[in-house]
Design a protein around this ligand. Sequence first.
Ligand code: KPL
Length: 314
Amino acid sequence: MKIGIIGPGALGCLLAARLFLAASEQNKIVLIDHNPDRAAMLNNQGIVFEADGVKQKLAIPLSSNPSEIGPIDVLFSCVKSHDLEKSLTFATPLLSSATLLIFLQNGIGHLQYNKRANGQGIPVFATSSEGATLLAPGHTKHAGKGQTYLGFLSQQQQTAEKSLQQLAAILQQANITCSVSSDILSRLWAKLFVNVGINALTAIHNLPNGQLLKSSAIKETMKQLVREAEQVAIASGITIREDPVAATLAVCEHTAKNISSMLQDVRRHRPTEIDAINGAISVHGHKNNIATPLNDKTIAQIKTIEKTYHEYTT
Ligand code: KPL
């Protein structure tokens, strides 16, 4: 299989590194970056990957020119949810009607791409709890083993089902615990609950995930954020598989040292995924007449932080 990963962030580099280390003659890996200067720099420098106390430099091929690569079998989209639209336009030459296009964004806003594929890729939705921290451009550190689920939101032909199973096996061989889920929508919401409870609070308080549990006030806010999200999910007809509050507390503990993706964004003065995470709860809450005051307040707090980026940089 020819496998591309677009977006050399923390998770993109982790996937690329794991797949590259396990790649065989049959499976070729390429990283894709829309930014030609960064792509050239990373091509020279190599991707630095730290895991289990070992640091290595990997010569993973990196391109900023999708036309020179052409259609591939699998494209992992690891860009932020707010960059997805322009990234898909950029990636068009990589997509054929048979390409598995794997969406790995946080939140649920990107589910709209299930209907918009237009023969350019077969949309697959994925959720991963692999912990990864980007220490510098192209330098990623594995911060905790997780579980990855892949699944279709709509009925597919048998060939697509087979390709997805084949991809799950490749990921599994590459040390990424992975399975195909027949109920990916519930899995995406389950991940959303966790992100709703953890991400914004880590960014507001500038704390690694595990530290949130050390303050009873923050822990209580986390529980309430997730309970609001749960009410919205129930009103939206989503199947809930496990207690979202217990699951969020457990992820906080398992990823105690992790710097959440939102806190990483805030520290780099990048736009956050607040709209795709707590924002999605607020929007779906409004649609279903469920009030979400704590999520609304949290969104406002993060937007205030985002505004300060400008003040710092001018
Ligand atoms: O998905 C995450 C993120 O940081 O976006 C969690 C699960 C909170 C791990 O940090």
